[in-house]
Design a protein around this ligand. Structure first.
Ligand code: NAD
Length: 453
């Protein structure tokens, strides 16, 4: 590991990555490799958890290509030295900000969107001029293998290298000194990464998880809300960091909402054999999820097949915060429905919990919308939709508090992997005497005045 990081640092010091054309070439090369090997990429993700090529494009490759394209088209603008206003105390002078790459970066990916979560941060790192060591999740073993094969066969290891492995290999990597660590995964492991980074004062971005609520008020469009919610909850079998974890529904519309949700679930015909429903990643997660299902509270679904790692789309009713399903992030195809009468109570309840990664509000009431958006702290979210905010790279994607720190996508990714060096440049033909000895009352008066300008 040490040798690898040293060789990357040496390459970084060679200044090769400072050249914007080099970065664009590498990104286009990555795009070409992925496009040429889409069949292999489809096969690997299907082998890992039954994800179809349709969804592989929709939720993984499509977003990766979008990010590459956006970085290549905008890089020159993002990387420009930016002039800013100079305050009167520093006149005559010029002020500007120079974006610079941080250096050798470590990207640690999660398994649930194994291509996107490994490669989108990598794209941002390369665009910003860093070298990259990428550690995909070992739980999605086939995708980890194919990423490693394609990258390590096509890129020089001193610029971009994939290291496969689990806890042991990640621990070894974290013992090294990186200039940036970008981690996607659970809040528990996020704390381990943060501690390791602190030893070297390495800046981190932590893309973590949590329980993201969806709130439906009595003024929402029930049909469209249920359709969008069902899609957002059950895509990837609920194994989505920004999936609506649980749903708060106003008491007056609960029954209609549940009916509408049933219609949508039945219409979608979720089944592994239909290629529209992925498997649960492993037996351990199957067991964890099955334990959440309280048979007395199942409104719909609740069936499972341990052998095929399948849990039918499940809706639970009359759920409260004491239920097992409400104790941790679900990360599976179970939708607990909680009812409420007063929106204030909902807001209070959510605020008592760790800050969620996402929050969704379904309403046609401006008052309720702004109340929720202004009073609840969350990473990102949507009004009258769920999950789709991730697909707009002009929105920063990231959490807050327990759900993460920092953000990426589009220019935000470039910023995440950059340092912004601020420079004040002064001419030498004049030097006002204000700050120099002797210090007089008049000078102090003038300083007080000038610093206000
Ligand atoms: P995880 O934290 O178990 O694993 C993530 C990565 O950390 C993997 O590469 C793994 O090898 C490594 N790792 C695991 N244990 C470690 C340890 N003890 N020391 C060092 N490294 C270790 O998470 P996961 O199960 O892969 O993913 C699920 C979690 O990730 C959920 O909480 C989900 O919400 C979150 N997530 C967040 C985002 C986001 O963008 N915010 C995206 C996807 C997933």
């Amino acid at each position: 590991m040490e040798k690898l990081i040293n060789s990357q640092r040496e390459f970084f010091f060679s200044k090769a990555t400072l050249d914007l054309n080099f970065r664009i070439e590498q990104l286009r090369k990555l795009e070409g490799i992925l496009k040429k090997n889409e069949t292999e990429l489809d096969r690997a993700i299907y082998a890992d958890f039954g994800k179809s090529s349709f969804e592989n494009y929709e939720t993984e490759l499509g977003l990766i290509y979008h990010d590459i394209d956006s970085a290549c088209r905008n890089l020159k603008r993002w990387a420009k030295v930016k002039k800013v206003y100079t305050n009167v105390a520093n006149l005559p002078g010029r002020s500007y900000i120079i974006p610079e790459p941080l250096g050798v970066s470590l990207v640690i990916g999660a398994w649930n969107y194994p291509y996107q979560l490994s490669l989108c941060p990598t794209i941002a790192a390369i665009a910003a001029g860093n070298t990259v060591v990428l550690k995909p999740s070992e739980l999605s073993a086939e995708t980890s293998r194919i990423i490693s094969k394609l990258i390590n066969e096509n890129f020089e290891s001193n610029f971009f290298k994939v290291v496969e492995g689990g806890i042991e290999e990640t621990t070894n990597l974290l013992a090294q000194k990186f200039d940036k660590i970008f981690f996607t995964g659970s809040t528990t492991v996020g704390k381990i990464v943060y501690r390791a980074a602190a030893k070297n004062l390495t800046p981190v971005t932590l893309e973590l998880g949590g329980k993201s609520p969806a709130i439906l008020d009595e003024k929402c469009n029930l049909k469209t809300s249920a359709k969008r919610l069902v899609w957002a909850k059950f895509i990837n079998s609920g194994q989505t960091c920004i999936a609506p974890d649980y749903v708060f529904v106003h008491k007056s519309i609960k029954e209609q909402f549940l009916k509408q949700v049933s219609i949508e679930i039945k219409k979608s015909k979720y089944a592994v054999e239909n290629s529209n429903y992925v498997q649960i990643i492993n037996k351990r997660n199957m067991e964890r999820l099955i334990n959440f299902i309280d048979k007395d509270k199942v409104y719909l679904g609740g069936d499972f097949d341990m052998e095929n790692k399948y849990i039918s789309p499940t809706v639970m009713v009359d759920v409260d915060f004491d239920d097992a399903v409400m104790q941790e992030e679900i990360f599976g195809p179970i939708m607990p429905v909680l009812e409420y009468e007063n929106i204030e109570d909902v807001i209070l309840k959510i605020k008592e919990k760790p800050k969620p990664l996402a929050c969704y509000v379904f309403t046609n009431s401006k008052k309720n919308k702004w109340k929720i958006l202004n009073e609840i702290s969350f990473g990102g979210g949507a009004v009258n939709d769920a999950v789709m905010h991730i697909s707009n790279s002009r929105l920063p994607f990231g959490g807050v508090g327990d759900s993460g720190t920092g953000s990426y996508h589009g220019e935000f990714g470039f910023k995440t992997f950059s340092h912004f060096k601020s420079v004040l440049e002064k001419p030498t033909w004049i030097e006002p005497n204000l700050k120099y000895y002797p210090l007089t009352d008049l000078k102090l008066k003038l300083i007080k005045f000038v610093l206000k300008l």
